[in-house]
Design a binder for this molecule. Structure first.
Ligand code: NAP
Length: 412
């Protein structure tokens, strides 16, 4: 055990040396709010390991939208949640749900990795003896001990070291840089499941798939995944620059700034005499979509904005098609006109992250070059507050962004 922490937060100690303290970008309750002020670089203790845990020296972390939720402390005060639900005694939160790194230490029961291994971390945190999984059920969000690592748990990747369960470590694809390896997993595997793991509504050749936020983490991954299955991705974005990015990945695009019907359906839009109003308002979007696709409506709609877009998603989805959602970025209180759901037998499906096997499959698709990690920007460790603020303001670069930590000082 080495007491000292280097003054440069990006210098990791020699392999096998585990210091007592480390640099981390922490969130504290009294700073909840705008990301630019919620995060601060400070020294905190390196976490001790349980027998099924691994200490990873973080070479690079991946940026995800959950950093915005964590920084705001809304809708969930995660520090309070971890204290109440899991008995945490910590008054700070080190978040970060994606990373690449080097194994520095392992607990006595860890068999799948050893000190020195180069790994990527998937965010599916689970107790090894979870009763749901022990009964042979898949390790989905339904497992009682299941947590989103680096969001609902402490010691995520915005630090020199993170603490993970052994099962979270997968071999780092050799062809990727540390930064590329840090960014592909969370949003990518979430989109992968949404598009391929809810049969019979999976991407089939020729299917139109409508993708909200096409240049974002979920959206850009979805464009690649739809193309992989022979489908036709239609990406919705809000700027011409983002449209150009999505087109470069092979998507048709619509700019949502050209339309104005967004938001929940108002009560007065379903009164006798006025009930056509909302349907009329949506028509320009529907028409533009049909013009792009030759009249074909989406077999799958990849939802995550929620409140602003759900009425449109339900309306434009094809009969027997599926609207699948994993978030409510613009608001949780989404409305829908049920007539468009039942009359044409559409499916509204929830989805949350992935199983370990899905993470393995997705990693293989990235490792063998079928999919790109979609890295477009790398921030320094000090820039975490800025990076998360850009995301909160919807001004972030397209695709995925990395935060360079140990990789700032190449080791070999
Ligand atoms: N449950 C899960 O397992 C899971 C996993 C990953 C992510 N998520 C959640 O999914 C959401 C999106 O994540 P992400 O990584 O894709 O974020 P992202 O990179 O910020 O991309 C989201 C995109 O959505 C678009 N958008 C924002 N507000 C919108 C609105 N009001 N109407 C329509 N489009 C809007 C924006 O693109 P334009 O402005 O260009 O349209 C934005 O780029 C977040 O809430 C995140 O926490 C959930």
């Amino acid at each position: 055990m080495n007491m000292s922490t280097n003054e440069d937060p990006c210098i990791l100690p020699p392999l096998g040396v585990v210091p007592e303290m480390m640099w981390a970008q922490t969130i504290r309750r009294e700073r909840y709010g705008d990301p630019r002020q919620a995060f601060a670089m400070e020294q905190v203790p390196v976490p001790a390991l349980a027998k099924d845990e691994v200490l990873v020296g973080v070479m690079a972390a991946g940026l995800n939208y959950n950093a915005v939720w964590a920084a705001r402390g809304y809708p969930v005060d995660l520090i309070g949640l971890m204290q109440q639900r899991d008995g945490s005694t910590l008054d700070y939160h080190v978040i970060g749900s994606d990373c690449s790194g080097i194994v520095y230490a392992v607990g006595s029961a860890v068999r799948n990795v050893k000190v020195g291994d180069e790994v990527v971390v998937q965010a599916g945190w689970l107790e090894e003896d979870d009763p749901w999984v022990m009964r042979g059920q898949p390790d989905t969000a339904l497992a009682p001990s299941g947590r989103a690592w680096g969001f609902e748990t402490n010691h995520g990747s915005f630090a020199q070291f993170c603490k993970v369960k052994g099962r979270q470590c997968l071999p780092k694809p050799a062809r990727l840089t540390w930064e590329e390896a840090a960014v592909f997993m969370l949003s990518g595997v979430t989109s992968y499941c949404m598009l391929y793991k809810y049969p019979p509504n999976t991407v089939k050749p020729g299917d139109v798939v409508l993708i909200w936020g096409g240049s974002g983490g979920l959206g850009a991954a979805a464009i690649q995944l739809v193309r992989m299955g022979g489908g036709i991705p239609v990406a919705v974005v809000s700027t011409p620059e983002r449209a150009a990015y999505c087109q470069s990945l092979g998507a048709l695009t619509l700019n949502r700034s050209d339309f104005s019907h967004w938001g929940a359906i108002a009560d007065e839009a379903v009164l006798p005499g006025t009930q056509d109003a909302w349907m009329k308002a949506i028509r320009p979007f529907e028409k533009a979509l049909k013009e792009l696709t030759g009249g074909k409506m989406p077999a799958i709609v990849l939802e995550h904005p929620g409140q602003d877009t759900m009425p449109t998603s339900i309306r434009v989805c094809a009969g027997d098609g599926m609207v699948i959602t994993c978030a409510g970025t613009s608001g949780y209180l989404a409305s829908l006109d049920l007539r468009y759901l039942w009359l044409r037998r559409k499916r509204l499906q929830g989805s949350h992250y992935a199983e370990l096997d899905h993470c393995r499959e997705y990693t293989e698709l990235v490792a063998n070059g079928t999919l790109s990690p979609l890295l477009s920007h790398t921030y320094t460790f000090e820039e975490v507050p800025l990076a998360v603020q850009c995301m909160a303001d919807n001004l972030h670069p397209p695709g995925n962004s990395a935060i360079r930590i140990g990789a700032a000082h190449p080791r070999r």
